[in-house]
Design a binder for this molecule. Structure first.
Ligand SMILES: [Zn+2]
Length: 343
């Protein structure tokens, strides 16, 4: 089958598009004919180094994906051949204390598609049946694929970790990125007020059209001061953050007393000053989050089916254009998801 896979670590020269063996389905798994996937920052990380992530080369790239069931167990209670489905990318061991609690994202032996095992930039993938969910009607395969990482991550950050309420205000850094845009869409659906930042005025304007209530141009404005000005000096209840060191200080200073900061990334550095005095005196909560569990994904898909929420797609490429797609993601110029069509 055709696939995009890494053969080493470096730049695009280690990313090949060519033939890989079609996966053989085992009992309890589902063979999915993929129609679309989207790129995530971790795809670039796997290409560049993959340090700290156990994997074998060559390895097929891609975490999220949507397609149709080609083959499933005959007695599967939900899935039938030809059914449109979307994938959850975390495969747990099923036996550790975290898996038993339903926390696949905390599994001690978790394997992510495209990180620890072959991923979704391929014509087919075979995954355990619990990772395969019926696709909400009304979405394209590309839009559905985009839900599997970014929207799931934003869902867990906003609703499970931060417990965002409709009357609260959330600050979202770096609007334009996949998680940030997903957080904006979900926060608005939940009725919360959203303040967004970007260094790009055009991205801010597009965020306004998506319902952002207040825009901060971080290339010309002091974010913390702008947040306080926009909230009558109070600060925001929740900060959604995946930028890391470059915005940490501004994020902490933007929080109301007792506020919650949720972080899921650190692209600009992972060792900012902790500002402990501010944390304990103002009783701030710092919450870490990664992806989301099966039940959270099911809730997200139900919300999508009911509300018609559609992820923002920046651009679509063919599998042969994977290098160009990776360049687009790396440029930081995108607004929404960079997608790969697989049909
Ligand atoms: Zn486990």
């Amino acid at each position: 089958m055709q696939a995009a896979f890494i053969t080493g670590h470096g730049g695009n020269e280690v990313v090949s598009v060519g033939q890989r063996p079609k996966p053989v389905r085992q009992a309890g798994h589902v063979l999915v004919r993929l129609h679309a996937a989207t790129l995530n920052r971790v795809d670039i990380y796997m290409r560049d180094s993959g340090a700290g992530i156990t994997h074998q080369l060559p390895q097929i790239m891609g975490l999220d994906g949507a397609g149709t069931v080609e083959e499933a167990d005959a007695n599967d209670p939900v899935l039938r051949p030809g059914q449109a489905v979307v994938l959850h990318p975390a495969i747990g061991c099923g036996r550790c204390e975290f898996c038993l609690r339903g926390e696949v994202v905390l599994c001690v032996a978790v394997q992510y598609l495209g990180e620890h095992r072959d991923g979704t930039l391929a014509q087919w993938v075979s995954v355990p049946a619990p990772n395969v969910f019926p696709m909400p009607a009304g979405l394209s395969f590309t839009e559905a694929a985009a839900l599997g990482v970014n929207h799931l991550t934003a869902w867990r950050m906003l609703f499970t970790k931060a417990q965002l309420k409709p009357w609260e205000t959330v600050l979202i850094f770096g609007i334009g990125g996949g998680v940030s845009l997903a957080a904006l869409q979900l926060a608005r659906l939940a009725g919360a007020r959203a303040i967004v930042t970007s260094r790009d005025p055009a991205k801010l304007e597009r965020a306004r059209l998506l319902g952002a209530d207040h825009l901060i141009d971080s290339s010309t404005q002091d974010v913390a001061k702008a947040v306080l000005a926009a909230t009558n000096g109070r600060g925001v209840d929740v900060v959604i953050e995946n930028v890391g060191a470059a915005v940490w200080s501004a994020a902490m200073k933007s929080l109301v007393r007792g506020g919650r900061l949720v972080t899921c990334g650190a692209t600009t550095g992972d060792q900012p000053p902790a500002d402990l005095r501010r944390i304990f005196i103002r009783q701030l909560q710092i919450l870490g989050s990664t992806l989301g569990n099966f039940d959270e994904f099911r809730d997200l898909l139900n919300l999508v089916a009911r509300t018609g929420l559609r992820p923002i797609i920046d651009s679509e490429f063919s599998l042969d254009q994977t290098h160009a797609a990776l360049d687009r993601l790396e440029s930081g110029a995108q607004f929404g998801k960079v997608a790969i069509r697989l049909d």
